[in-house]
Write a protein of this length. Sequence first.
Length: 157
Amino acid sequence: MRYTRLPHDMRRTILLLMLGIFCTALLSAVITVYIFHDVDKDKIGHWNEAFAGLCTESVLFAVIIGGGVALLTLLGRHLFHLKGYSPRVKLGLFLGIGVTVLQYLWDFVGRAAFPELADSSLALYLIVAIVLCSIVIVRDNFRQMKLCQASAASFDS
C-alpha cells in the first residue's frame, strides 16, 4: 500500500469532526465545572484549575478520535477503492458533536453502574467511537460514489 494524501473534502471532514468534538467538549466542561461544580474532591474551589484539566482532556479526546477515524477511513477508502469520492463535509461536524455528547452519557452511566470499571469503560468508548465514526464516513463515501455514478449515467443517456 502506498501513501496517498486525503482529498481536500476528506481532510475538511476530519478537521470538522475534531472541531465538533473539541467545541462540544469545551461547552460541556464549562457547564460541568462552573454550573454543576462536578469536579474531583481535590479541585473543589479551584474551578479554573479544574476547567484547565478538562480543556486538556478535550484536546486529547479530539486528537485521539480524529486521528483514529482518519486512519481507519483512509484504510477503508483504499480497501473499497473510494479514492475519487468524499463524504459530506457537515457529516464530520455532526459526528463530532454526537460523539462528545454520547461520551458524557456513557461516562455517567458507566460511573453509576460500574464505578470500579470507569476507566475501562472510557477506553472501550474510544474504540467504539473510532470504529463507528469510520464506518459512517466510509458508508457516506459509498453513497457519494453511487450518487456520482447515477448522475453520470443519467447525463450520458
